[in-house]
Design a protein around this ligand. Sequence first.
Ligand code: UD1
Ligand code: CA
Length: 461
Amino acid sequence: MIVSETHVVILAAGKGTRMKSAFPKVLHRVAGAPMIEYLLAAARPLAPATITLVVGHGADLLRDRLAGRGNLRFVVQEPQLGTGHALRQTEALFAGVGGTLVMLQGDVPLLTSATLERLVMTHRCSQAAATVVTAVFDDPFGYGRIIREGGELVRIVEERDATNAERGICEVNAGIYAFDLAMLFPSLARIAAANAQGEYYLPDLVGIYRQEGRAVGSVRVDDPDEIRGINSRKELAAVSRIVRQQRNAALMAAGVTLEDPDTTYVGPEVEVGRDTILHPGVVLEGHTRIGSNCEIHAHVRIVDSTLEDGVTVFNFCVLNGARVAADARIGPFAHLRPDADVREAAHVGNFVELKKTVLGARSKANHLAYLGDATIGEGVNVGAGTITCNYDGLRKHPTTIEDGAFVGSDTTLVAPVTLGKGAYVAAGSCIVNDVPPGALGIARGVQVNKEGWVARKQGKK
Ligand code: UD1
Ligand code: CA
C-alpha cells in the first residue's frame, strides 16, 4: 500500500435541478470551456494516481465528451441520493488502496491548483482524517456553514437545516476535501439521510469523525471567488464573468490593449500578441491566434482563425477557420469562412464573403463579392459585385485568377474557369470560358443608343 499517493474524485452525478437544463451541469460552458475541464486542469498538477468521476445524470453524454482522456475512471451513481452517497460509490475502486483522496465537486470550477496543493500539504502534515476547504463570503446564502467550537471545526450544517444563528455564519464549506483513504469508507457508511432534503450529506462526515475522536482540519482560501459554486444560470454567468476578467487581466499584463475589458470575450485557447488593440465587443474563440500590432475593431467575432502581425479587422466582421497574413485589412462587414486564406497586405472590404479561397498578396476585393473555391494570385483587383459561380447544384468547381488580373465590376465567373496573368474582364461580364493571359474578356450585351427615342415615344416631333 502506497500511503503518499493522491487520488482525485470529482462528483458530477447531480441533476443540477436549478440549471433547468437537459444537459449535465458540468458540461455547461464557463467562459468558453466546459465546467469539468477547469476541474481536470486544476487536478492535473497534483499528479494523481487516479482520477474518478462519479456520474449519473447525462452519464453517457459525459463519458462521450471525455472519451480518450487518459486515466479517467467513471463510476455511476444511480439514483442520486446526495454527496455522501455519491462518494460511497467509489468504495470498491479504493479497496485496499491507501493515501490521500482529494474530492472535488464538479460545479466548483475556479478552484486553483495552488489551493489543492496547499490542501494536500496541510492534510498530510496534520495527519487529520479529513481536511475541508473553506472561505468567508459576505453573502454565504446557499452554502454549508462551518461550525467551530474553540476554533475547532466540529460540524457543517446545510443552509436548509441551519438555525437562524447558524445562517449568520459567513465561513462556508467549499465542498472540497482531502480524506485519509485508510479510514474513509467505514465512517462514510454511518452518514444518515435525516435532513431537510432526505439526502446523504457528505459534510456530515465531519461531525461523525469528531464523534469518533478523529482530527478534522481546514484550509481557508483568501479569495472566496475561487470556491464559488455554480447551481443556476445566474451563477454560471457570474463565474464566467470572473474567468473573463482574469483572462483579460492576463492579456493586458502581457501587453495587449483592451479598450473595454468588460465587453471583450477571449476564449481559453486564444493567443494574442503584444501591442494588439481589441476594441469593445470583440469575441475571440476556439484555436484563434492573433499576432502583434493588430487592431480588431468593435463587434468582430473570430473563431479558429490565425491572424499574423499588423492585421486590421474593421467593425462587424465574422472570421471562422480563416488565415490572414501580415498587414492585411478586413472589413467592415466581411465574412471569412473556413479556408479563407488572405495573403500579405491584401484587402477584403465590405460585404465580401470568402470561402476556401486564396486571395494573393496585395490583391483587393473591396466591395460586395462572393469568392468561393477560388485561387487568386497577387496584385489582382476584384471589382465590386464579382461572384464566383462555384456550385452547379451537384458539385463545386474551382476558379483561378492569375497574378495582376483585373476583374471589372458585376462580373460572374462560371466555374471551372481561369483568368490568365494580367487578363482583364469587362464590367458586367458573365465569363464561362477561360480568358488568356493579357487578354480582355468581354461577355455582355452590346449597347445600342436610339437617338430621339423618348420624344418619339411621347408622340412629339
Ligand atoms: C454542497 C455542499 C455544501 C457546500 C456546497 C459548495 C453537500 C450536502 N453540501 O452543496 O456544504 O457549501 O456544495 O458548493 O454536500 N452530486 C452527486 N450526487 C448527488 C448529489 C450531488 O454527484 O447525489 C454532485 C453534484 O453533481 C455537484 C456536487 O455533488 O457537482 C454538489 O452537489 P450540489 O447539489 O450542487 O450541492 P450544494 O447544494 O451546492
Ligand atoms: Ca453546488
